[in-house]
Design a protein around this ligand. Structure first.
Ligand SMILES: NC(=O)c1ccc[n+]([C@@H]2O[C@H](COP(=O)([O-])OP(=O)(O)OC[C@H]3O[C@@H](n4cnc5c(N)ncnc54)[C@H](O)[C@@H]3O)[C@@H](O)[C@H]2O)c1
Length: 267
C-alpha cells in the first residue's frame, strides 16, 4: 500500500480532475491522487506531454481510470464536456484541483496588455470556469472538494509581478466567495498557496541564471524550497474527510516566507 492510500483511505475510488497536469505541480498532484487510489483526469493544453504522462500514470493501475483531456481552462464548453464525460465514466466527481497557471513577470511599466490578459484568462477566469463546471457536477452528487491554486504571491507581493499577484490574490478572494456560496451543496473550497517549489520550471530558470535559488533558500526561514510532494500532501489532506470543517481558507505552504517581515538575507 502506498503512503497516500494508507493516510487517506477515504480517497480510494474517488474521481479527481487536476488542471495543468502535464508537468510540474499539477503532474505531482495527479500522481499523488493516483497513488491514493483515485480515478484521475489530467487536463492541460499540452497534448504532447499528456500523450505520454497519461499512459505512464495509468500503467499498472488496472482498476483505476486515468484519463487525459486537452482543454484550455477558460473554455467553458471544453472543460464541461471533459468533466461530464469523466464523471459519467467513473460515477461522479469528488475533487477538482484548478491548478493551471502562468506567470507574467515584467516591470509593470513595460508589461504588455497581451501578457496581462493571458494571466487573467488562465489564472483567474480559468479557475472560475473549472471550479463552476466541477461544482455543477458535484451538486448533482454528494458534494465534493474544489481546490484552487493561489500562491504565497496571492497574500504578499513582489516587484515585477503585477499580473501574477493580482490574479493570485483574486483566486484567494474567489475561493472564499465560492466556499460560502457552495457550502449548502456540500462543496468545500480551499486554496493552495505554495511558496517557491522545486519544480522542473524552477530548476530550469535557475540553470538559465534567471532565478537565484540559493538566495531564495537564504530568504526562507526554513532554509529550503518546497517540494512538489509538500503541496500534494496538503491537497490530499484538504480533499479527505479529515478536513471536513475546513472551507474558504487559503493555506500557505512556504517555509515561513510570508511570515517573515524582517527578511534580512541569512548567511
Ligand atoms: N512552482 C512554483 O514554485 C509555484 C509557486 C506558487 C504557485 N504556483 C502555482 O502552481 C500552479 C502550477 O505551477 P507549475 O510550477 O507546476 O507550472 P508549470 O508551468 O510547470 O505547469 C503549468 C501547466 O499548466 C498548463 N497550462 C498553461 N495554460 C493552460 C491553459 N490555458 N489551460 C490548461 N492548461 C494550461 C501548462 O501547459 C503546464 O503543463 C500555477 O498555478 C502556479 O502559479 C507554482
Amino acid at each position: 500500500m502506498t503512503t497516500e492510500a494508507a493516510i487517506y483511505p477515504d480517497l480510494r475510488g474517488r474521481s479527481v480532475c487536476v488542471t495543468g497536469a502535464a508537468r510540474g505541480l499539477g503532474l505531482a498532484l495527479a500522481e499523488a491522487y493516483a497513488r491514493a487510489g483515485c480515478h484521475v483526469l489530467l487536463m492541460d493544453i499540452d497534448g504532447d506531454e499528456l500523450g505520454w504522462v497519461g499512459p505512464e500514470l495509468a500503467a499498472e493501475r488496472p482498476g483505476q481510470v486515468i484519463a487525459t483531456a486537452m482543454a484550455p481552462v477558460s473554455d467553458e464548453d471544453a472543460v464541461t464536456k471533459a468533466l461530464t464525460g469523466f464523471a459519467a465514466r467513473t460515477g461522479g466527481l469528488s475533487v477538482m484541483v484548478a491548478n493551471a497557471g502562468v506567470s507574467a513577470n515584467a516591470p509593470s511599466l513595460d508589461l504588455g496588455l497581451d501578457r496581462w490578459n493571458t494571466a487573467l484568462d488562465v489564472n483567474l477566469t480559468g479557475v472560475f470556469v473549472c471550479a463552476r463546471a466541477a461544482a455543477r457536477v458535484m451538486r448533482e452528487g454528494d458534494g465534493g472538494v474544489v481546490l484552487t491554486t493561489s500562491s504565497m504571491y496571492g497574500v504578499t507581493a513582489g516587484p515585477e509581478r503585477a499580473a501574477y499577484c493580482a490574479t493570485k490574490a483574486g483566486v484567494a478572494a474567489l475561493t472564499k466567495v465560492l466556499a460560502v456560496e457552495w457550502a449548502p451543496h456540500g462543496i468545500r473550497v480551499n486554496a493552495l498557496a505554495p511558496g517557491y517549489v522545486e519544480t522542473e520550471l524552477v530548476a530550469r530558470l535557475a540553470e538559465d541564471g534567471r532565478l537565484d535559488t540559493e538566495a531564495l533558500r537564504r530568504r526562507t526561514p526554513r532554509g529550503s524550497l518546497g517540494r512538489p510532494e509538500d503541496i500534494a500532501h496538503l491537497a490530499l489532506f484538504l480533499s479527505s474527510g479529515v478536513s471536513a470543517n475546513i472551507t474558504g481558507q487559503v493555506l500557505v505552504s512556504d517555509g515561513g516566507w510570508t511570515a517573515d517581515g524582517y527578511a534580512v538575507t541569512r548567511s
